[in-house]
Design a protein around this ligand. Structure first.
Ligand code: FNR
Length: 386
């Protein structure tokens, strides 16, 4: 990589210089006014740690579990569509980096690399698969069965995308499938020749979970109309039942922001929920994920494992979420920035930065075992209660 990155922000700057604008902005943006997207990040700084001294800080441990699976730190890679446009073979590289660091990798339905590509890249090691509820049930069966065959060890079911939030930056940048060819888009690509050359070397340029698997989707233009109508606006709690039954393994429900929905999710028999507003890409004007976390933990924390994502940009943020009751967290953009900045090495660096920051912050709070952190490590644990 060009320079040693010290922070996730350094990786973001590097990615901005390497990835064509339409793809960098696709990752680095939210919906409408981006107020929720911004609050996801800024609300973390309202949480203050209790600094402790003269506590034995030797022999520290970040190891924990998420849905009963051992993790080297309670951080997973979030499912993100289009990962393979930040860097060729992006999801394969991300999965390898996650495996090297001992944390779960979640593959999106809307990834460029397929379930089978990722399985091959990680030598058949388990990863997690994220599923959208789509109108084409036959295709959902196909995805579930392929994820099972690939040894996936959890199904992350995303509930907050029955219809697509409006993302103005994508429209302005001309991001579409099939790609628009005009001066603006050609210039965006031409100004990143290294990225273009590296993309020419891979055969993975399209949504490989879908093309060739869903009915009548054989190329980019048929794919575009297919995706536009596939997200199921009729999705409801009874869908969880048949999906759970067909899958037969651990299920995590993603996109819960409300205590009432959290109770429904707990009653559905899922293994965990993710407090998430889709990284500020869906309902702009919703609260930040971190501010919604405490009330959801209070509502269902004794019934179901609560995870969260949205706005985590450092190991300090990871610790803040754990202190407020999350059993584990997910990072979306940080892994994409690492990927855009430097492929597999970049993702590893993103994860190493977060691990180091988490370890040092935990120690300075006077804790040696990540499983023991909690509200007692905060000066203002009630910061988000009204
Ligand atoms: C996402 N997210 C997402 N979620 C999901 O369930 N399926 C998906 O395909 C995608 N795609 C996607 C693309 C991009 C570019 C981003 C940034 C996000 C949401 C993602 O899983 C997660 O909820 C957020 O990214 C978390 O916020 P941070 O960590 O990016 O701030």
């Amino acid at each position: 990589m060009g320079f040693p990155a010290q922070t996730i922000g350094d990786l973001k700057n590097l990615a901005r210089r390497r990835v064509p604008r339409m793809f960098f902005d696709y990752a680095d943006s939210g919906s409408w006014t981006e107020s929720t997207y911004n609050a996801n990040e800024t609300d973390f700084s309202k949480i203050k740690f209790r600094q402790r001294v003269a506590v034995d800080m030797t022999d520290r441990s970040l190891g924990s579990t998420m849905i009963g699976q051992d993790v080297a730190m309670p951080v997973a890679i979030a499912p993100t569509g289009f990962g393979g446009m930040q860097h060729p073979d992006g999801e394969m590289l991300g999965a390898r980096a996650a495996r090297a660091l001992g944390i779960p990798f979640t593959l999106s339905t809307m990834s460029i690399c397929s379930i089978e590509d990722v399985s091959e890249a990680t030598g058949g090691a388990p990863f997690w698969f994220q599923l959208y509820v789509m109108r084409d049930r036959k295709f959902m069966h196909n995805l579930i069965d392929r994820a099972k065959a690939a040894n996936c060890s959890a199904l992350v079911l995303t509930l907050d995308l029955q219809i697509l939030g409006q993302r103005h930056k994508d429209a302005r940048n001309g991001l579409s499938a099939p790609p628009k060819i005009n001066f603006n888009t050609v210039w965006q690509l031409a100004s990143r020749p290294q990225w273009c050359l590296s993309m020419l070397k891979t055969r993975r340029h399209t949504f490989r979970n879908i093309v060739g698997h869903a009915e009548n989707v054989g190329d980019l233009s048929s794919l575009s109309s297919w995706t536009a109508e596939q997200f199921d606006p009729k999705l409801n709690w009874s869908d969880i039942e048949w999906i759970k039954e067909r899958w037969g393994g651990k299920v995590i429900l993603k996109g819960i922001m409300d205590a009432e929905d959290a109770r429904m999710a707990a009653a559905s028999g899922a293994d965990a929920i993710i407090v998430s507003n889709h990284g500020g890409r869906q309902l702009d004007g919703a609260p930040s994920s971190i501010s919604a976390l405490p009330s959801i933990v209070e509502a269902v924390g004794d019934k179901i494992e609560v995870h969260m994502d949205g706005g985590i940009r450092s190991g300090q943020d990871v610790l803040r979420a754990l202190c407020l009751g999350a059993k584990g967290v997910y990072i979306g953009r940080p892994w994409l920035y690492g990927l855009g900045a430097g492929g597999e090495a970049g993702v590893r660096q993103a994860l190493e930065i977060i691990r180091k920051e988490l370890d040092v912050t935990m120690a300075l709070c006077g804790e040696r075992d990540i499983r023991n952190v909690g509200r007692h490590n905060l000066v203002n644990p009630g910061v988000f209660s009204e």
